[in-house]
Design a binder for this molecule. Structure first.
Ligand SMILES: [Zn+2]
Length: 331
């Protein structure tokens, strides 16, 4: 059984579930529920034109540029038109996790996104904790949640969100990550948020070294004092950083297909996975947004094996267990 450490809830709602929602919810209605600014951005995406003409989700999952990816993300979000729809999506997600032989997963959740849908933090917390209890009770699958404040909303908004979490659902999340626009909202702006999260007893990770380079990772380590790095793959651009990550045993949450789909590297052969591993950096292999990147953990592990061979791959796959955030009694 496997452990996955970097996977967004919204990017994990299975495609068959989203396609069913598209049958039930007319496209016009879906778009009309988007706030005006978001609707304008959605309409400006090249893949939206072909998607709206055909009504086929597959057209939306073609990314010529980064904003095409954002369009897919927003569409999947607004297909959740009720708390019940989110519950159904979670049930479908559990089926996928079981198919992938996952028995421990840390799912990243951005509560502000669900607020836009009319699902407040209290409702969201109830839905997520019921889903966790259910999956553990019925299937022995442990679903843990990572809180994701978004960089674009600023540090104060993240602190506000954290305060709400403390009041409403202090035990729901096992950790925090920083998501959103890495290039324009640098990690050093979020020190106060991460200080608060540490005081609350949350484990710390941050998306860094994905769209931005090595300095972003240095900032996440030295200023936010994270325990793991989300992606972190661009550490490969800085020799001193590679040595530091290896010496301090700071793991990278790598997502191979995501890096290729978003054009960080042109092909798997040019991906720095091998170099990072050979130089002693601890990594885990994850799916990030499997629906949007048309992958699964099984598929990511196959790619890993093809790049590093079976022995090293098994060590990496087993190693994920030692990097997980949640502590719980094992029987
Ligand atoms: Zn991510």
């Amino acid at each position: 059984m496997y452990a996955e450490l970097h996977r967004h809830l919204q990017g994990s709602l299975p495609r068959r579930f989203l396609e069913q929602r598209l049958v039930e919810l007319p496209l016009q209605e879906l778009v009309s529920r988007m706030p005006m600014r978001l609707r304008e951005r959605y309409r400006s995406c090249p893949n939206v034109q072909t998607f709206e003409r055909s009504g086929k989700l597959s057209e939306l999952l073609v990314y010529r540029e980064f904003k095409d990816f954002a369009a897919a993300y927003v569409t999947s979000l607004f297909l959740l038109d009720s708390p019940q729809a989110l519950k159904s999506g979670l049930q479908a997600l559990v089926e996928d996790l079981l198919t992938d032989k996952i028995s421990y997963v840390e799912l990243i959740v951005a509560p502000r996104e669900y607020e836009m849908l009319g699902i407040n933090l209290e409702q969201l917390a109830t839905i997520l904790s019921e889903a966790s209890q259910d999956s553990l009770g019925k299937h022995g699958l442990r679903m843990e949640w990572i809180l994701e404040p978004v960089r674009n909303l600023g540090c104060a908004a993240g602190q506000e969100l954290l305060k709400m979490v403390k009041n409403i659902c202090p035990n729901l999340f096992c950790g925090i990550t920083l998501g959103g626009d890495e290039l324009n909202y640098p990690a050093h702006d979020f020190k106060a948020l991460f200080d608060d999260a540490r005081d609350m007893g949350l484990h710390l990770t941050a998306h860094a070294g994905e769209t931005d380079g090595a300095q972003s990772i240095w900032d996440a380590i030295q200023i936010l004092q994270v325990e793991r790095i989300g992606h972190g793959v661009r550490a490969a651009e800085d020799d001193r950083l590679i040595d530091y990550l290896a010496a301090k045993s700071i793991p990278l949450e790598l997502c191979l297909s995501a890096n290729i789909a978003l054009g960080i590297y042109p092909s798997f052969l040019q991906h720095p996975l091998k170099e990072l591993v050979q130089r002693g950096v601890r990594v885990s292999i994850n799916t990030d947004d499997p629906t949007f990147f048309k992958t699964s953990l099984h598929q990511e592990y196959q790619i890993l094996r093809s790049l590093l061979g079976p022995t090293t791959s098994e060590t990496i796959i087993k190693g994920s267990w030692s990097q997980k955030f949640a502590n719980y009694p094992t029987s």
